[in-house]
Design a protein around this ligand. Structure first.
Ligand code: SF4
Length: 393
């Protein structure tokens, strides 16, 4: 790098949000495919739809031999098939049975909860307004539980076209990965149009979506730029980017370090990025959608620190401690192979950050939602080969 480029280029202050990345549902689904591939290295394993909406996760499994299909017609009779974390309709389950498939259901339990609510309300004679994205696999699966009773609402404009037979027997449910802000607007419009509409027993927008969004909403205003690691078809990742923009901070969704753009880190040139008061560093909030693997986050940290120099911090907004059990069919298959499944199920903890993986080691002094901002940081290696460690503020 020449002196001119060095003058233009800013250092980075990376703020890692916690929580970020894999939720318990995604971790469970990924573990399921991982274990099935290990258990049956001699058989072809099929996965119905992308197991989770992340390009890297899918590609890694593809390289290990998993075959992703969009129709069960493409799965030979008697084969092993894994249903994705987004869930499937009863029609797909029936089709799998009819074809003699061994189906391992990796549906997230929080999606299953919405299915159960749909079934219960439909049986009780309610019409169900499902707030969500019509084409999303989760919505397709939930709708399949009670096709005659469910209408999808994507925006307040859809309300005028709803066919309601009895406004006193109406309930709304939501997709698990919506923006809480957008959902609130649609729900308010539904309540204004149908004052007697019932709410779900508890929010259908899941803990992982809510927590990641809240962390971005809280921290983005103090940053110059927000980077969300995730794929374009990941609903919750796209929502994180929108939330950052809504609070006025430029935000980009990138699959991996290859998505980083030099112009985001140059003085004056940058696409509307407000640089820090000192003008010497760009404060980058780095988060990841619920389906984005942590090694991609680490790679982005390394790339930024190698190129620009700077610091890395971790802000703990929520501590998550959720455990999901392995699917029953997988446990049975494991036992058939002489492997006793761990009774503890799948649990997701905070990522372990090492200098080797991330390029620097942040020291979080205190975590938890009431302790935001109380962090110390260590400096990375400077790009010009300067000093290595030194405590930040
Ligand atoms: S984002 Fe929420 S609903 Fe989706 S897999 Fe994760 S925990 Fe389950």
């Amino acid at each position: 790098m020449g002196p001119w480029a060095r003058r233009l280029r800013l250092g980075v202050r990376i703020i890692l949000t916690n929580p970020r990345g894999f939720c318990a549902g995604v971790q469970m689904a990924v573990d399921v495919v991982d274990r099935v591939l290990d258990l049956y290295s001699d058989r072809r394993i099929y996965v119905y739809h992308e197991i989770v909406h992340n390009r890297h996760v899918v590609e890694r499994f593809r390289q290990r031999g998993a075959v992703f299909v969009e129709s069960l017609d493409d799965v030979p009779e008697g084969s092993l098939v894994v249903f994705s974390a987004h869930g499937v309709s009863p029609q797909i389950r029936a089709q799998a049975r009819a074809r003699g498939l061994i189906a391992i259901d990796a549906t997230c339990p929080l999606v299953t909860k919405v299915h159960s609510e749909a079934i219960r309300y439909a049986r009780a004679g309610y019409q169900i307004l499902l707030v969500g994205h019509e084409d999303h696999q989760e919505v397709v699966g939930t709708r399949g539980e009670a096709p005659g009773a469910i209408q999808v609402v994507e925006s307040p404009e859809d309300i005028a076209n709803l066919k309601i037979s009895d406004p006193s027997r109406l309930v709304y449910l939501t997709q698990t990965t919506l923006s809480t802000d957008d959902a609130a607007v649609i729900i308010a419009a539904l309540k204004a149009a149908f004052p007697l509409i019932k709410e779900p027993p508890s929010s259908d927008i899941c803990y992982a979506t809510t927590n990641r969004q809240h962390a971005v909403r809280k921290l983005a205003p103090e940053c110059d730029l927000v980077l969300v690691v995730g794929s374009q078809n990941s609903s919750n990742s796209v929502r994180l980017t929108e939330i950052a923009r809504n609070v006025g901070t430029p935000a980009y969704l990138i699959d991996d370090a290859g998505g980083l753009r030099e112009e985001w880190f140059r003085k004056k040139v940058a696409f509307g990025i407000r640089h820090s008061a000192s003008g010497e560093e760009v404060a980058v909030l780095l988060t990841a959608g619920a389906s984005a693997p942590e090694d991609l986050v680490a790679e982005i940290c390394r790339r930024l620190l190698e190129k620009h120099g700077g610091t890395i911090e971790q802000r703990e907004v929520f501590e998550e401690d959720i455990e999901f059990a392995l699917p029953v069919t997988l446990k049975r298959l494991m036992r058939e192979k002489g492997i006793e499944p761990d009774p503890r199920g799948i649990r997701v903890g905070a990522p372990v950050i090492t200098r080797e993986l991330y390029g620097a080691v942040p020291l979080t002094v205190e975590g938890g939602s009431s302790r935001i901002g109380q962090t110390r940081r260590l400096h990375s290696q400077e790009p010009n080969g300067g000093h290595s460690e030194g405590r930040g503020p």
